[in-house]
Design a protein around this ligand. Structure first.
Ligand SMILES: [Fe+2]
Ligand SMILES: [Fe+2]
Length: 277
């Protein structure tokens, strides 16, 4: 499995120390020129995709601290605190891109508010209802194993893996093919590298937990049953009012299949085969 690093938190933490990057050092000069010159349809499509990323990283940054508090070892606490820094860094990169390439400089909240106008109801349900509720429960009960398992299933398995890796694959595939926004692709690729570490933690945690507490497989299954209809809808794009996703050169079926294949592989490793959902 090339895009998952299955390691324990201490190994992932050591890898984090060797993987630092600065969102303000990425060269965005060429992106600015290209953005100005881009066809209106391309700009609308890319703006829609970037808006989803902006909203997602804001949610993912501010709805995470409960998991740091729910750690079971010092090594896990260490790794999770690095993930919190990573997510803030990702949010900063997308905000900087909006500041310097797309729009006039704003505070992050204003960028997020504008980006929110672009996202679908299904997307909003996942990030604003399900993630927020799971995080609030975890803050209230950090020692409750089922609550932690539901949170990691939503955060690492659904948001970061199933939605995140799929978005990365098709957005960067399109931009690289069109030779557009090389600075953005550079930053997004560094973000992706961080995300593989985060997903490595999530898969490790769920696999170890299901092995030691087999009844928690049901928590994983129930969480997926609750969320997957919205995930499938969110992967269908922006709806009738949004930009034409076909411009990416791929159909909705291909996008959904890519997401499902990744989820199937990860569930196999965790020990909750997708056939048992
Ligand atoms: Fe992130
Ligand atoms: Fe992440």
């Amino acid at each position: 499995m090339s895009d998952i690093q299955l390691n324990d938190p201490q190994t992932l933490y050591r890898r984090w120390e060797d993987s630092q990057w600065n969102p303000f050092s990425i060269d965005l000069d060429r992106d600015r020129e290209q953005w100005e010159a881009m066809a209106e349809e391309d700009r609308a499509l890319i703006y829609w995709a970037l808006s989803s990323l902006m909203v997602a990283e804001e949610r993912i940054t501010t709805k995470f601290s409960g998991l740091v508090g729910a750690h079971c070892s010092e090594e896990e606490a260490t790794f999770l605190s690095t993930q919190q820094v990573d997510e803030a860094r990702h949010m900063q990169f997308y905000a900087r891109f909006r500041d310097e390439v797309i729009a006039s400089p704003e505070v992050i909240a204003a960028h997020v508010a504008r980006a929110r106008e672009q996202v679908s109801d299904a997307f909003r349900h996942i990030f604003d209802d399900e993630l927020v509720a799971a995080h609030e429960k975890l803050l209230a009960a950090p020692g409750d194993l089922a609550t932690k398992v539901r949170f990691v299933t939503i955060y690492h398995l659904i948001l970061e893996s199933t939605l995140g890796l799929t978005s990365f694959r098709f957005i960067t595939g399109y931009l690289e093919e069109q030779e557009l926004l090389t600075g953005f692709v550079d930053g997004y690729s560094k973000i992706h590298h961080d995300e593989t570490r985060h997903i490595g933690y999530g898969v490790w945690f769920l696999r170890e937990t299901v092995r030691e507490h087999p009844e928690q497989a049901d928590t994983v299954r129930q969480t997926l049953r609750d969320l997957l209809p919205s995930v499938a809808e969110a992967l269908g794009g922006a709806g009738d009012e949004g930009p034409d996703l076909e411009r990416l050169g791929v159909g909705t079926d291909e996008v959904r299949q890519f997401a499902l294949d990744g989820l199937t592989r990860r569930l196999g490793i965790i020990g909750v085969p997708i056939e048992t959902l």
